[in-house]
Write a protein that binds this ligand. Structure first.
Ligand code: PRP
Ligand code: MN
Ligand code: MG
Length: 178
């Protein structure tokens, strides 16, 4: 681990064990249904790859890329679609797959947007959730870990596009972003 990382917050095996638990729940909840997994680029790629491979439910996969408007690093809640879905959502059981819910603003917008497209259902699965997310009214069905308010990277999560490839989640040393 380089000096830019502070400590491992969630290990590779802890992540994989948790995703197996979530996959078992999803299998139970969607038994006999056709599931459409929607990954939010780019952070959700790892969760999507590992979670989907633990599912036994018949599932399709699609991707969306969105960007929050506004200055600064805080999400503004005003979202622009950079890449839309290929799939038509009419009558589909949709599960949004995220790496982290921080302010919850991106997700709140996304859930409303997808609900307006006539799906049979929309639920959310996220590996990580931060306390701030509690301020926004989004019902998240599957949560891996509630984590403290720290700058985390790895397993899809980036700092200036770095660290996404790490197989674990780590906190970033304050000197990196200070
Ligand atoms: C991150 C993360 C979530 C979102 C959460 O994505 O992957 O998608 O922010 O933030 P919020 O709850 O405050 O809205 P980011 O916009 O950094 O894009 P990325 O996935 O490409 O890194
Ligand atoms: Mn993201
Ligand atoms: Mg990011």
């Amino acid at each position: 681990m380089g000096t830019d990382l502070e400590k491992v917050l969630i290990s590779e095996s802890e992540i994989q064990d948790k995703l197996a638990e979530l996959a078992a729940e999803i299998d139970r909840d969607y038994a006999g249904k056709e599931l459409l997994l929607i990954g939010v680029l780019k952070g959700a790629v790892m969760v999507m790859a590992d979670l989907s491979r633990k599912l036994h439910t018949d599932a399709s996969m699609d991707w969306m890329a969105v960007s929050s408007y506004g200055s600064g690093t805080k999400s503004s809640g005003v979202v622009r679609i950079l890449k839309d879905l290929d799939a038509d959502l009419t009558g589909k059981h949709v599960l949004i797959v995220e790496d982290i819910i921080d302010s919850g603003l991106t997700l709140s917008w996304l859930v409303d947007n997808l609900r307006s497209r006539g799906p049979a259902s929309v639920n959310v699965a996220t590996l990580l959730r931060k306390p701030e997310a509690a301020k926004v009214q989004v019902d998240v069905r599957y949560v891996g870990f509630d984590i403290p308010k720290a700058f985390v990277v790895g397993y899809g999560l980036d700092y200036a596009e770095r660290y996404r490839h790490l197989p674990f989640v780590a906190t970033l040393a304050p000197h990196v972003y200070a």
